[in-house]
Design a protein around this ligand. Structure first.
Ligand SMILES: Cc1cc2nc3c(=O)[nH]c(=O)nc-3n(C[C@H](O)[C@H](O)[C@H](O)COP(=O)(O)OP(=O)(O)OC[C@H]3O[C@@H](n4cnc5c(N)ncnc54)[C@H](O)[C@@H]3O)c2cc1C
Length: 373
């Protein structure tokens, strides 16, 4: 076991949050190391791969300084441009919400983000699982790193979070998804289906080209505790009735977890900053995390560097991300809690309410600006 104090900042996890944290710390001139357990970043893909354009995000997160990577996504990373989200009520009434976005090739997107971190000067080490964090030190099988700041961007995995007394898994959406081709769909339209189709969550169709899509759903265990794949197959039957899957083919099946209980109360523990899914930085209404974890990653990286170079308190990290995205996280959580009650406990009430409120209010709920009724 070697002790290594070459790095000021050690980032654990090379997903979108970790890459951006490493990039923005390195840009400010501190020695930054990123440790990632996977051999190849981005694989296996566990994602619907959709997020709004930077322009749309600016309208949603009005006080946030988005990362440059959200403005300049290279064309080859974009699978499909999206113009609107069609929201389906429990009884199948649809509401068209204009929203520009894109589905991306997630594995290439993550590789691109990691390259950005490396270009900025961060050292990237793949295939390096962190085994534990103890007394502010980071342990891998070969080394013990002694950084001034640790940025924990390990996603919702328990291994490193639970020993710190963090239970991010209190309220998790369990997701399954088929990657499908030969579909008959509108390629510019993302579909979101609410109600019994996906108890405690929603089902989605996210186009990835003119005839292919990610078709999946997320549920929560307190709402449904049976075979989730059979729910997805039932959802496929409804798509079949609409003629979407008549000649379709399933290419692969993926599964993953999304923490949907809003951000943790404390995201700074001694010299550790928690960021991304590890901190609950996910929109509780729709499970969308990519843009917001990237932004919080930037803030974590910059604050770490400012702490090291100028003694800026690490607690400023938490203040800053709350200032930039806290209101939207809170709106999303509030809306989700109301939806839990209405959509999943009293489906008929949700049906009436959605029809009464109409597209405008549904659009505001989707964009996390709805504070309730
Ligand atoms: C099925 C599914 C569909 C989704 N769809 C969308 C979507 O369409 N749009 C959207 O915006 N969001 C979506 N999300 C959410 C989004 O994927 C996450 O919010 C986002 O990936 C969080 O990024 P992160 O960097 O915090 O964590 P992750 O992307 O989980 O990255 C964490 C990284 O840390 C590494 N790691 C973990 N433990 C260790 C360790 N001990 N040592 C070293 N490395 C470690 C992991 O290997 C991983 O690479 C979806 C999530 C799921 C599960």
């Amino acid at each position: 076991m070697k002790f290594n104090n070459n790095y000021d900042v050690v980032v654990i996890g090379g997903g979108p949050a970790g890459s951006m944290a490493a990039k923005y710390a390195a840009l400010k001139g501190v020695n930054t190391l990123l440790l990632e357990q996977k051999k190849v970043i981005g694989l296996p893909i566990r994602c619907g791969e959709f997020f709004p354009t930077a322009r749309e995000l600016e309208k949603i997160f009005t006080r946030s300084q988005l990362v440059q990577e959200l403005y300049n996504i290279p064309d080859e990373l974009i699978a499909q441009k999206i113009d609107l989200v069609r929201v389906f009520s429990p009884k199948g009434t649809s509401f068209d919400v204009p929203l520009k976005g894109h589905s991306v090739y997630r594995e290439k997107f993550e590789q691109y983000l990691l390259e950005q971190a490396e270009k900025a000067g961060a050292t990237i080490r793949m295939n390096r699982p962190v085994e534990k964090i103890q007394n502010g030190q980071v342990y891998t099988s070969d080394d013990v790193f002694l950084p001034k700041v640790i940025i924990l961007a390990c996603g919702p995995s328990r291994t490193l979070l639970n020993p710190l007394g963090i239970n991010i898994q209190k309220d998790l959406a369990v997701c399954v998804q088929y990657v499908m081709k030969n579909l008959s769909l509108e390629p510019e339209v993302v579909e979101m289906h609410y109600g019994n189709v996906s108890p405690g969550g929603y089902a989605w169709v996210i186009p990835k080209g003119k005839d292919s899509a990610n078709v999946g759903l997320g549920i929560r265990k307190n709402f449904y505790n049976e075979n989730i794949l059979s729910l997805l197959d039932q959802f496929l039957k409804t798509l079949h009735l609409r003629g979407i899957t008549a000649k379709s083919e399933k290419c692969s099946t993926i599964a993953g977890l999304v923490p949907v209980n809003g951000p943790l109360a404390n995201t700074v523990i001694d010299n550790i900053l928690l960021v991304g899914d590890a901190a609950g930085h996910v929109m509780a209404t729709n499970g969308g995390g990519i843009p917001v974890v990237m932004t919080c990653g930037r803030i974590a990286g910059e604050t770490s560097a400012d702490f090291i170079k100028h003694g800026r308190p690490l607690f400023e990290y938490e203040k800053q991300w709350r200032k930039e995205c806290g209101r939207e996280f809170a709106n999303a959580l509030r809306t989700r809690k109301r939806a839990d009650f209405l959509v999943y406990k009293w489906g008929w009430a949700a049906e009436i309410l959605m029809r009464l409120l109409g597209t405008k209010v549904i659009s505001r709920a989707l964009k996390c600006s709805f504070v309730g009724f």
